[in-house]
Design a protein around this ligand. Structure first.
Ligand code: GRG
Ligand code: ZN
Length: 327
């Protein structure tokens, strides 16, 4: 079946395997010749980059090579008095960075150092009258922020602080006739936005409100001849959609509608076999973002040697189990 198809197809050609150690080394060095991952995080990658790099290392069972204390003490300097986190020390808080901070603390099993009341008050305070969420005090509204707010409050066990019903109704108002979702009502369907909406519906137990066959069809049409996935019709395939599309297909139980073996090949073909890292498409320059999405995609595809990742929370399954099933 699909697993044997995966085996035969990967062994029949001379495809290079996942060069996991090189990817770990690439992340630890993060394009500079700096000594430690921590200094690179502080200087260049900031909060989102830290989440991408650290999650990739954990999926490859290499999180132990990072100094947890250094990362966590830097991370806490990014917290603003409002409770939200910034992308780096001294910057302004935003819900995007607040999620990355919560995710990093979850990876290190350090959520207990958070002032949960403060962080959850910041996140809940971004909900608008119509149920939508703004990204920060300036007010831009996007279903990305709905997903992030629901995610943070779920992990912190504070969903009671927002109006979940209104939040879900707002997300449903961003659904299109093609089965997909956009960033606001009427916005074009895009795989990244679909991931956010489906993820928020999954976390709140509302997946029954998705038309799984219509959405599943739109999502599986993202696979191109080369095996890679694109983010919407007429666009080029890109490794990051191995995450946005595949996680959505898994959440709605339609992952068998794509050719998994062909997608594995596409991701593996985007590796830099010499220096590590994964690019958006074959022969492009690698970056930490696509390295994360390539490894996370392979995790969803059950590639050997990569830990399982949760499709709704985008963190290793063991991390999510530890949080959801305790206290
Ligand atoms: C926890 C994984 C995780 C995410 C947090 C920030 C966020 C929540 C989600 C972002 C969802 C999103 C909109 C992703 C799309 C990112 C992307 C590759 C955009 C590029 O769009 P275009 O139009 O590129 O520039 P295409 O591929 O369409 O040509
Ligand atoms: Zn991309």
């Amino acid at each position: 079946s699909s697993r044997s198809k995966l085996m035969s197809s990967t062994s029949s050609s001379k495809m290079a395997p996942l060069v996991a150690d090189k990817h770990s080394r690439y992340i630890l060095m993060a394009e500079k010749k700096k000594e430690s991952f921590e200094s690179v995080v502080m200087d260049h990658l900031r909060m989102n980059g830290a989440y991408w790099g650290l999650t990739t290392l954990d999926l490859l069972e290499k999180l132990g090579s990072v100094s947890e204390d250094e990362v966590v003490s830097w991370l806490m300097t990014c917290q603003h008095e409002s409770g939200g986190f910034a992308g780096n020390t001294g910057h302004d808080p935003h819900i995007l960075y607040t999620l990355s901070a919560v995710q990093i603390l979850a990876l290190f099993d350090k959520l207990n150092i958070l002032d949960v009341e403060k962080v959850s008050t910041y996140v809940a305070g971004l909900q608008n009258e119509n149920g939508s969420f703004s990204g920060d005090m300036w007010g831009e509204i996007d279903t990305r922020f709905s997903y992030i707010a629901i995610y943070c409050l779920s992990i912190l066990k504070c969903l009671g602080k927002i109006n979940v019903e209104k939040a879900v109704d707002y997300i449903m108002s961003c659904k299109n006739l093609d089965g997909g979702f956009g960033c606001t009502p009427g916005g074009e369907s895009h795989a990244g936005q679909i991931f956010c909406c489906v993820g928020a519906l999954a976390i709140t137990g509302n997946l029954h409100r998705v038309d799984k066959d219509v959405l599943g069809w739109w999502l599986c049409e993202r696979q191109k001849e080369c095996g890679g996935l694109n983010g919407r019709p007429e666009k080029d395939p890109d490794v990051c959609y191995s995450w946005w599309v595949l996680s959505s297909l898994i959440m709605i139980d339609r992952v068998h509608w794509i050719d998994k073996a062909k997608l594995v090949k596409f991701i593996l073909a985007c590796q830099d076999l010499d220096n590590g890292g994964i690019s958006d498409r074959p022969n492009d320059a690698v970056d930490i973002f696509h390295t994360y999405f390539g490894v996370a995609g392979l995790s969803l595809l059950e590639y050997p040697g990569v830990k399982a990742i949760d499709p709704a929370y985008a963190l290793p399954v063991d991390v999510i189990n530890r949080i959801i099933f305790t206290k």
